[in-house]
Design a protein around this ligand. Structure first.
Ligand code: FE2
Length: 456
């Protein structure tokens, strides 16, 4: 039996297929653009290799596009037929079960299978990356860190791609709030491999969360030359650089990064879209004229308003539709999400509890109904995390909640949330200005003056 580059058995007679599959795995870990080509080469060498067929199904899901969901189901059927014909290892059977769970919208069930695999095979890099991904969208930093802590003792510096595992550990620590551990692991991973963009990004998050904008800019400037050959995740890393400049009120630089780096061309990739929409939303709050950029995003969003695969992505599509006044497309999206919310699967539950109300509030805000938005959003303030994404990404909704309260004149509510916000990140001038607005509204002019001084 053949093995992958980590020494895990693959059910194939073809050494060429096993070698190509190893390139595919390494490319996937490294955010390379040739992952699909390596998978095609694997299937060209052995069209019935179970792990290759299962991996094809996984990759279809990662796009979060309805047409590709159907192809993922086809891949699972092909893998099942191949396994029936030639057999498979226990690990491959578990992978098939994970894909089948994902195919019916049970991301948590799929994650359980990957975690089961990792208890027995901690070097299964596909299970490592996919569970990291789904924990990120379903369970948050604590689960990510528990997952990476379970496998780390099985890895060491001599094993290929150890750095990528460190990068995963780094981001897990960051989302779990241990910034020192995150920075240490992330920086070591980047020493091992300066092209390790996930580890680079983990350290960028540390600087973001700690409000260390200048260090963040220097960190990314020093590494951005490494990303030219990497996939679209590099756009998200450029977005992080723009986030630092945004906090420094360097709006021209933010727009330049938007136009030249992370939204240089319209993209159908949901992560690219979320970068762009969330940045424009933030710029609007700072009174920056973003020109026709919302309209360009709304054209893309109109093609995705019935996706309903990832609630996190849907909430961003709605931002563009609402901002650009695409009332019909926005209403169609709400109707479709209401239907999705009745369905089965993790994302249906998230849509029902958080995604749909957040989209309703987003539309209400853009229609000038701040009170309606505030009524929806305030009770959700401790539940937004269920949308998935990072703390940094979800902060756009924390801002949205505060702003809707201020615009609705609900200053007492806003005062509490802004006190919370300024306590967590006390060098954000915008948060202090908003806090001052709330305090003024509450009649506390001395407190407002002090907050304004902090802003300055
Ligand atoms: Fe990020």
């Amino acid at each position: 039996m053949a093995e992958d580059y980590q020494g895990l058995e693959l059910t194939t007679e073809s050494a060429a297929a096993a070698a190509a599959y190893s390139h595919c795995l390494r490319g996937y870990m490294g955010y390379q653009t040739d992952v699909g080509a390596h998978l095609k080469a694997t299937l060209a060498a052995d069209g019935d290799m179970p792990m290759a067929l299962i991996t094809r199904g996984y990759f279809f899901h990662l796009f979060s596009i309805p047409a590709l969901e159907r192809k993922a189901a086809e891949s699972a059927r092909s893998a099942q037929a191949a396994i029936a014909a030639r057999g498979a290892t226990q690990r491959e059977h578990w992978h098939l079960a994970a894909l089948q769970a994902w195919n019916v919208g049970d991301m948590a069930g799929a994650t359980d299978w990957w975690e089961q695999i990792l208890l027995h095979h901690p070097h299964d890099v596909m299970a490592v990356r996919l569970s990291h991904f789904t924990h990120f969208y379903l369970h948050g930093g604590g689960a990510m860190r528990q997952s990476s802590n379970r496998i780390l003792p099985a890895w060491d510096e001599n094993r290929p791609d150890y750095g990528f595992i460190l990068g995963i550990s780094a981001f897990s620590h960051e989302e779990a709030g241990d910034y020192a551990a995150a920075a240490a692991a992330g920086k070591r991973a980047v020493e091992i491999n300066p092209k390790d963009i996930w580890a680079t990004h983990a350290v960028a998050h540390v600087y973001e969360m700690q409000g260390r904008q200048d260090e963040g800019i220097a960190w990314l400037d020093g590494l951005s030359g490494q990303w030219a050959a990497l996939n679209n995740f590099r756009f998200h890393t450029w977005w992080h650089k723009a986030m630092y400049h945004l906090e420094k009120a360097q709006h021209d630089t933010v727009l330049d990064l938007y136009d030249r780096q992370f939204w240089a061309e319209p993209s159908e990739e949901y992560l690219d879209f979320t970068n762009a929409a969330a940045m424009l939303w933030r710029l609007d709050y700072r009174g920056v004229d973003v020109g026709q950029r919302w309209s360009v995003l709304a054209d893309v969003a109109e093609r995705h308003n019935r996706d309903a695969i990832l609630a996190f992505a849907d909430a961003h599509y709605m931002m563009a539709l609402a901002k650009d006044g695409r009332q019909a497309a926005a209403q169609a999206m709400l109707d479709n999400l209401a239907e999705t919310a009745q369905g089965k699967g993790d994302q249906a539950r998230v849509t029902a509890a958080v995604g749909l109300p957040v989209c309703r509030a987003t539309l209400a805000l853009c229609q000038g109904k701040a009170g309606e938005a505030a009524d929806i959003l305030l009770p959700l303030r401790d539940h937004i995390w269920r949308l998935g994404g990072s703390h940094a990404q979800r902060d756009v909704w924390a801002q949205m909640i505060c702003r809707s309260l201020l615009e609705a004149g609900r200053f007492e509510d806003a005062r509490g949330l802004l006190a919370q916000r300024t306590a967590m990140k006390n060098n954000s001038p915008m948060s202090w200005r908003w806090y001052a607005e709330a305090l003024d509204g509450c009649g506390d002019s001395a407190g407002a003056a002090a907050a304004r001084q902090n802003a300055a």
